[in-house]
Each structure stands twice: as structure tokens, then as C-alpha cells.
Design a protein around this ligand. Structure first.
Ligand code: SF4
Length: 233
């Protein structure tokens, strides 16, 4: 019995290593429980052949994470054994049908890459979703790749530290910058209003500033990333 809450957007080889991957969109009938993002359609980019938490741990998740700093450091904020695993299990049971019509995104807000990097899904898939959806947010850690350049139109560059920030902005990206706890954000970078420091003033679904076109936003490192981050910078 197909689950009307989610659909398969795309299946194919990873552009990073050729492994089989899938992109599944969920939230069409049930709202996400993510307090930071609020109620948005979520998109999950996963290996088809390995449970996502195993892929993350073993390193085979590079097919969907590429050169993300958090993947290399094992400090990813995504809880791969939770929502991504539930979505993957539902997919493996055959409970998600292919998306019948991009019009299902009409009037909806879209989170591009709830898990996995949007770079791994062909750009036309995202553009078809965006042609119908209202606001969206999205980030890529693959912004150094020359063939990622068209994604500047609708994704922020995930930047970890000032060097990334300078390089990404030089190449025309709007960044989402993470700085070590206690450091100031550079001038012109707006503190994410959903951050702890901003008092969790809003959600991404209400803010939706990280759409690749609005400007530079930033946050302080938190969780397990914070200590590794201090060492890197
Ligand atoms: S700046 Fe807005 S859209 Fe971007 S992460 Fe923060 S709350 Fe979400």
C-alpha cells in the first residue's frame, strides 16, 4: 500500500562515486517533527543499498555526502538512525511511489537536502520542484566543484570557517557560515534567527532566508562539531 506522505523524486547513480542512490520527498500529508525547520516538505538523499546510519558510519555514505566537512569529521547534525532510517525502511518495503506530478509541491515549502547533499540529485529535479513550491531552503557542501555552480541560484554554500566563507563568496555563492563558538560573524553575515544565540526566534519555514539568493547567514558551532571545529580553525 503506497504511503501518501512520501514519493520517490529520483533514483540513479551518485555523481560522486556512481553508487545507487535515491531522493525521497516526505511531508505531503504529515508535518515534520523538526523544531528548527518547522513544517516543510523534507527531502532525503540516501544510498539505496545500505541503511543510512551504516553508510554514514562505514564511510560509504560519501555517495550522498561527498566532501562535507561534517561527514569527514563524523560530526554530522543529521541523526541518520532516526528519520533517514525510517524513510529508507519505508522505501525498501516498496511503500513510496514515484512522484506522479510536480504540482504536488504547489503551495508547499521545501527543504532541499534534509539528509544528503542536493548536489547528488540532478539539478532539473530540483528546478521542477521549485517551479511549483513556495519558499525553500537548501545548502550544499559541494560548492567547490565546478559543475555545482548552477546550484548557486537556489542553494547556500555550507561554509566552515572564514577561509571557506571568503572562497565561496568570491565565487558568487551566498554562504551559510558556521564559526567557532564565541567568535563573531563577519560583517554582512546575519545571525540565523533560529540559533540558540538568537533565542530560537523563528523556524526555517517562517524565515526561509537560506534560499541561495537572499544573502549571507551564519551560526556558531554547537554539539560535537564545536570542539573539532576549534581545532581546525
Ligand atoms: S537563516 Fe533562516 S532559513 Fe537559514 S537556517 Fe536560519 S532560520 Fe533557517
Amino acid at each position: 500500500m503506497p504511503n501518501p506522505n512520501g514519493y520517490i523524486l529520483w533514483e540513479g547513480p551518485s555523481p560522486i562515486d556512481g553508487a545507487p542512490i535515491v531522493c525521497i520527498a516526505t511531508g505531503f500529508t504529515e508535518s515534520s517533527g523538526n523544531g528548527k525547520t518547522g513544517s516543510m516538505i523534507q527531502t532525503w538523499i540516501l544510498r539505496t543499498d545500505i541503511p543510512p546510519h551504516h553508510a554514514y558510519k562505514s564511510g560509504e555514505g560519501i555517495s550522498v555526502c561527498g566532501g562535507c566537512w561534517h561527514f569527514a569529521q563524523k560530526t554530522c547534525y543529521v541523526l541518520w538512525y532516526k528519520a533517514p532510517l525510517s524513510v529508507w525502511q519505508c522505501y525498501k518495503r516498496g511503500n513510496y511511489a514515484p512522484l506522479p506530478d510536480y504540482a504536488l509541491f504547489s503551495g508547499r515549502q521545501l527543504r532541499i537536502g534534509s539528509a544528503g547533499d542536493p548536489y547528488c540529485v540532478p539539478e532539473p529535479v530540483w528546478r521542477s520542484c521549485l517551479a511549483h513550491s513556495d519558499e525553500h531552503t537548501g545548502y550544499t557542501a559541494q560548492w567547490r566543484r565546478p559543475d555545482a555552480a548552477p546550484l548557486r541560484d537556489f542553494l547556500q554554500a555550507s561554509c566552515h570557517g572564514f577561509r571557506d566563507y571568503l572562497e565561496a563568496t568570491t565565487h558568487g555563492w551566498n554562504p551559510y557560515l558556521v564559526v567557532p563558538a564565541g567568535e563573531s560573524l563577519p560583517e554582512g553575515v546575519t545571525l540565523c534567527p533560529a540559533s540558540t544565540e538568537a533565542g530560537h526566534a523563528t523556524t526555517c519555514s517562517a524565515c526561509h532566508a537560506c534560499d541561495g539568493s537572499t544573502g549571507a547567514y551564519g551560526i556558531h558551532a554547537h554539539g560535537t562539531a564545536a570542539s573539532r571545529f576549534a581545532l581546525r580553525n
